[in-house]
Write a protein that binds this ligand. Structure first.
Ligand code: OXD
Length: 327
């Protein structure tokens, strides 16, 4: 058997429910072990690389995966359902997956950690924590006036479960909260709402612009030179959505002109961010390696198992992706 690939004992003894699940991702074995513990009746394979996945893809009916090698979909003849281990599904929506295959994503789990990331970074900036630590290291007692988030305008682009949690936490810091989204569904939760045709007006008036949007054909590169150029020299761009929401070349240019004044970036057009990217060394830019909202084994497996029950019972699935909408 290929390294990293295993089958339940029950399956090997011929006692299975006929459903074959392929678990794919860096932590596939840990996820698969939890699925097997809960559902000994399934045939569960785990793979962490394309070559480990290859022997099982013909057989898989259900795929529980993160960043699956899309070129293998051509061979996935029995596939009926893909459960993504994360929130973003742009790779699956863009891949050649037959329309009969259902795609689901995890929702409602990433808002709290991503909102914590946003406010950890914002508070560190306004309270000048780097400066305070530098003074301590130098044994210098030099009081200074920190800034405050209170009274600043936070603009949240994307008012899904992640954006809504950022809005909720912003209120605790007495910020004014504006939002931009495709539909007016959550307009009531923000002090002022903008539609997707009002990016420039929105970006020009906020102190902090947070991107919490899914990547779809209509959001790819939506933050371009025009939008960035409208941002003030004091403003900050925070991207916790997807790198390609922003035209990165335009961002580099805009930052070097000082509009916006800085950026907190957790996601990039190319990940890992290449060592030669100018972004690493630009003043006012904070780079983190896509860590704001990690998928955690227990809650993600619980989501999958709840959806599996629904799938087997022919019921509606949680987090079902509308392919035309893109998420
Ligand atoms: C996700 C992510 O989409 O981790 O879940 O970026």
């Amino acid at each position: 058997m290929t390294k990293g690939v295993s089958v339940t004992d029950q399956t090997m003894s011929g006692h299975d429910a006929g459903i074959t699940v392929l678990v794919y991702g860096k932590q596939a074995e840990a996820y698969a072990a939890r699925v097997r513990e809960a559902r000994g009746d399934l045939r569960v394979y785990a793979a962490s690389t394309p070559s480990e996945a290859e022997p099982w893809i013909d057989e898989a009916e259900v795929l529980f995966a993160w960043r699956f090698p899309v070129e293998l979909f051509d061979r996935a003849r029995r596939l009926r359902w893909i459960q993504s281990m994360g929130a973003g599904v742009e790779d699956l929506v863009e891949a050649h997956v037959p329309a009969s295959v259902r795609i689901t994503r995890v929702v409602d789990q990433f808002g709290p950690p991503i909102a914590e990331y946003v406010f950890a970074e914002l508070l560190a900036r306004v309270r000048r924590l780097d400066h305070a630590r530098a003074l301590q290291r130098a044994h210098r007692w030099a009081p200074f006036y920190p800034g405050s988030l209170a009274g600043q305008t936070l603009g949240v682009a994307g008012l899904g479960s992640i954006g809504q949690e950022i809005v909720r936490k912003a209120r605790a810091f007495d910020m004014r909260v504006w939002g931009l989204s495709r539909t007016a569904g959550h307009a009531g939760e923000v002090d002022r709402h903008f539609g997707p045709d009002a990016w420039v007006e929105f970006a020009s008036a906020v102190d902090v612009l947070v991107l919490a949007l899914p990547l779809t054909p209509s959001t790819r590169h939506v933050v371009d030179a025009r939008v960035l150029g409208a941002m003030s020299a004091e403003s900050l761009l925070v991207n916790v959505g997807r790198g390609a929401l922003v035209r990165e070349a335009d961002l580099i240019e805009a930052l070097s002109r000082g509009h916006p004044g800085g950026a907190i970036l957790d996601v990039f057009e190319t990940e890992p961010l290449p060592p030669e990217s100018p972004l690493w060394d630009m003043p006012g830019v904070t780079i983190t390696p896509h860590i704001s909202g990690p998928s955690r084994t227990e809650p993600v497996v619980a989501w999958f198992l709840a959806n599996l029950e629904r799938f087997l019972a022919g019921r509606a699935l949680l987090g079902e992706v509308d392919r035309a909408r893109g998420y």
